[in-house]
Design a protein around this ligand. Sequence first.
Ligand code: CTP
Length: 403
Amino acid sequence: MTDLSNKHLVLGLSGGIACYKAAEFCRALVKQGATVQVVMTEAAAQFITPVTMQALSNRTVFVSQWDAREPNNMAHINLSREADAIIVAPASADFMAKLLHGRADDLLSLMCLARPLDTVPLVLAPAMNREMWAHPATQRNMAQLRADGAHVLGVGQGEQACGETGDGRMLEPEELLQEVVALFQPKVLQGKQVLISAGPTFEAIDPVRGITNLSSGKMGFALARAAHEAGAQVTLVAGPVALPTPNGVQRTDVRSALQMHAAVMAHAPRADLFIATAAVADWRPAQAATEKIKKDGSGHMPTVVWQENPDILAELAASPRAQSGALFCVGFAAESQDLQAQAQAKRLRKGVPLMVGNIGPATFGADENALLLIDPQGSTEWPRASKLSLARQLVADIARRLT
Ligand code: CTP
């Protein structure tokens, strides 16, 4: 099973240079298991040919509302009835203005208007020049389209095909894919604020070296993605890792345990749920040297005086909001042996309702993991699976505990 197995999607292209990205997006949807029916406006066919989209989707493309291929000659009805979602990428400023007014003078807009509102979601991926994006008319139109039930995605920022720089680029194919996958995930954390710590910390000894650990941050990033898919507002406080930010997640990068502590505490007052996946260094040099420490010829490593770092999870779990039930805290125990006993003891020591145990050396850097959930009732083993699928399971499990 892939993320879009058994899903049938209509991919609509309106006219814009971002049509070139729609080709790769189409391929990504197919790779995730979806069947894709492409519908293009005539303007889109000026930017990329239907031949390309047919080859990528393995289906003939529809452009004209007068296309007689459908026996009843009602492509707009037939194609929209069989779809699990209609995704328009790129959605030009002109196309959105048209949708807003319920106009339907080409097949794609006709199909959007004719779609069953309650069962076929409409996703719009805007793409346009930065001035067009910022124009009050566009912003007003998007607000109204959202009010009418469309999922209007954000845009990327950066260099544009016109040579200008700013907001308005269509999201990248991988980001669009994440949004489409999210569309079909159950919204079990809708309206919740979720705070996640992830990755290792780095404790400087001097300006060129320090102490860290092997945590890759992958489990925390997978949880951030899963929580976003479940409808939560997600803040991810990440130690030094080279992972892309999951789409829709607000990320704060930190380096040391003290910085992670400050960032988590700053966001905690608004959080409903804190998941501590970070492998926080237990100790830091009491005083980092300001200049590089040189060998002194003695053959011995210079002595470093260590100071214990604050325990972020234990501190939050003991806070009045956590004690009153307003903030639910989940810990991760990375052990190398005796997982059950160690994680059980750690749950009590940290004062959290749920501790998730895993064997650090078996999972650090990997895309898979196996989990052991420990709560006051006992323990449950979750067998080895991808971190994303475990993250989705864990989000669903935690959501049940919140209600
Ligand atoms: N944790 C934290 N702040 C710390 C240390 C740990 O928030 N200073 C959190 C981790 O994010 C994790 C949990 O506490 O959710 C357990 O972390 P772990 O490193 O496994 O435990 P330690 O507290 O270091 O305990 P021990 O040294 O006994 O392994």
